[in-house]
Design a protein around this ligand. Sequence first.
Ligand code: ZN
Length: 285
Amino acid sequence: MRIANLSGRATIVTDHGLFDVAQSSDGAFSASIDKCIGQIDLLRRWFDAARPTPSDPRGADDLIGDERLGPVVNAPQQIFAIGLNYRQHAMEMGLDLPEQPMIFTKFVSALCGPNDPLPVPGPTTDFEAELVVVMGKSGRNVAVDDALSMVAGYCVGEDYSERTLQLKGSPAQFSIAKSFKNFAPIGPWLTTADEICNPNDLAISSVVNGVRHQDSNTNDMVFTVAQLISYISSICEIRPGDLMFTGSPHGVGQGQRPPVFIVPGDEIVTSIERLGSIRNRAVAP
Ligand code: ZN
């Protein structure tokens, strides 16, 4: 099942129709996508059994690039992000593979819809295509084997980064340099975990102005999605609606010779196999 945040209302997306969750269920489920994510298994079972009629005859393809789409979670309690989690990306940055996951946050106010504009705050603004995991349950000390059962679903994200600010000073300032306005677009919708049997086998790409800069697969991750969840839960309690940006593959702008940075007017399209695409137009701040 795919569930979107369309004009602020939880909406189930199929190829042949859109279903406003609150309307189709006569109020049994909330119009808030954040609330739906905490009940995702129940919602999925209801939808499979009830087979309601669409509230809108348009389908998934009609939502491509739609700016009414909001983030698949509006107000996560925590956003975890992982640095250097792809082997070939660590190589292009000239850094050793981490021995344990390297964690930072993207502050919640950076979240935005999948097709929102990207104000460019500086001359070294970079793109990072990322698989984003949306947690569906609470837990601490989750075993690797149980970790994927905590997941509500997956979506596409960009971890936009201002490199000058990020690398100014020591230690580096990952969290703040990756939290400018609209630096965390996610979407286009949440694809529920039951449809993705292995999140570490998905093609992932980013295309800037028609040029494919990142073209990899989530199987290049240093730590798998299950290992990341297990590791984080050994320290922090995981909560429904929490997001995890799982790191970026090689091909980021800074890794290229010469570097390729985002300027106003650029269009960035980020795609993950089976999860869809998001597109951001860079604009002057
Ligand atoms: Zn990143």
